[in-house]
Design a binder for this molecule. Sequence first.
Ligand code: ZN
Length: 142
Amino acid sequence: MALDDLYREVILDHYAHPRNRGRLEPNDVAMEGANPLCGDELVLYLRLQDGRVEGVSFEGHGCSISQASASMMTEAIKGKTLDEARALVASFKGMMRGEEPGDEMGDLAALQGVRKFPVRVKCATLPWISLEQGLDEYSARR
Ligand code: ZN
């Protein structure tokens, strides 16, 4: 199977069977994000404990890329420290700018094909921006 096809399957699987979808209660962060260009909307929920992402989920609707990216992101950051989560945001943004994904990206590497479609980069990045803003807001509150 060609790598592009494999990546497409990973994305479609997350879109069809989103992980960690739904409202998370109780939560420490509920961050809304929107990409008006495409009509993607989401709310990212985080429960943070002892400096780690103890729980994470998302709600919302939008294109396959935004939904799959959110689903993959929740899997990738669950259990991570806040610093690790931030590092992953930076790596993801870097990948979207054209950097080669490192091993830490795992399945997220499937989204690198999105780079070929500049309007879709915003879709893929939306949940990550919400994560970054949510962590910033949480840090500012403490
Ligand atoms: Zn979209």
